[in-house]
Design a binder for this molecule. Structure first.
Ligand SMILES: C[S@@+](CC[C@H](N)C(=O)[O-])C[C@H]1O[C@@H](n2cnc3c(N)ncnc32)[C@H](O)[C@@H]1O
Length: 290
């Protein structure tokens, strides 16, 4: 298994996952199509390549598409493993029921519904509140799962010192605070037009988000898998945090972008420090999945 880590599989993850031995992966994060009924395109010159469809006939077709892939993910996960499914309002309620099934993760192994709140341009039209959050469903395979408790600042009322006996307080430019266990709603910027990490891949997620998940759900040397890796955000976060990683994407453009990101950000050499499987060049010089 060691040898198979640090690899990008270009192709349908259903096939890629079948190559992975069971009980071998520590952490899985996925950000698959959400059933948003959209075609995502990156603005700019590369738009023809950097796009993917998120259109299914109906919710049943979406769940039927995801079920066998989720079964494979469950199979490859270690008993101590954690699973994070990134989705939004379109299907999160159906996905939760799907994951609760006893032949997948099971109701008792549901751990958190994380709400990622962000600011973005534009308001919802018509009679409803602006939709500005995604959902990340966190499940474990068993109750013996990895969870490294993360902490966050909790500012005191009026930002003044409480001086309670036995309570450690800290002060920064905003005022006095204590450190508390991290809550399940996370305010974090999305990758905007001016963001330094932007790679112009549609639906690119912030690396900080993935670093938080990886820090909580794995340890150095563990294997992190993203079966819908897009432009490689999970792989970059895993590499930065000294984890091994496996990425999969059906889009050759996404796989190439992920490989370039790992080369540019960490100086990793393709073919030596990581491999890209299932990607070939056609006679016209275009990348194709095989
Ligand atoms: C929402 S994007 C992921 C974005 C990623 N989290 C990032 O930060 O760049 C979903 C990705 O799933 C890929 N995809 C769709 N169907 C797939 C499949 N069956 N197997 C593997 N990848 C697939 C798409 O090409 C797209 O890159």
């Amino acid at each position: 298994m060691q040898k198979k880590a640090n690899v990008i599989y270009c192709g349908d993850c259903l096939e890629g996952l079948k190559r992975i031995p069971e009980d071998s992966v520590d952490l899985i994060y996925i950000d698959p199509p959400f059933n948003s009924n959209r075609e995502h395109r990156a603005p700019g010159s590369q738009s023809a390549k950097r796009r993917f469809k998120d259109k299914f006939e109906d919710i049943n077709a979406y769940l039927d598409y995801m079920r066998p892939r989720l079964k494979e993910m469950h199979r490859v996960m270690k008993l101590t493993g954690c699973f994070y499914y990134h989705c939004d309002w379109h299907a999160s309620h159906y996905i939760k029921v799907l994951l609760d099934a006893p032949d997948l993760f099971g109701y008792d192994n549901f751990q958190n519904e994380i709400v990622w709140c962000y600011k973005s341009g534009g308001a919802s039209p018509g009679k409803r509140f602006s939709r500005k959050h995604d959902i990340i469903l966190f499940y474990s395979k068993t109750q013996a799962y990895c969870f490294n408790r993360l902490q966050e600042k909790s500012y005191n009322r009026d930002h003044k010192a409480y001086k309670f006996k036995g309570v450690k307080e800290y002060c920064d430019e905003e005022g006095w605070y204590t450190l508390v266990g991290m809550k399940d709603y996370w305010e974090m910027n999305m990758v905007g037009r001016t963001s330094h990490e932007r790679l112009n891949y549609p639906t690119q997620k912030p690396q900080e988000l993935l670093e938080r998940i990886i820090n909580a759900g794995s340890n150095e040397g563990d294997i992190v898998l993203d079966a819908f890796c897009g432009c490689g955000t999970t792989l970059a976060a895993a590499q930065k945090l000294s984890r091994k990683w496996i990425g999969m994407d059906i889009s050759p453009a996404a796989c190439e972008l992920s490989a370039a990101r790992l080369q540019n950000s960490f100086g990793l050499k393709a073919g030596r420090e990581f491999s890209v499987k299932g990607l070939t060049r056609s006679a016209k010089g275009k990348s194709e999945a095989v």
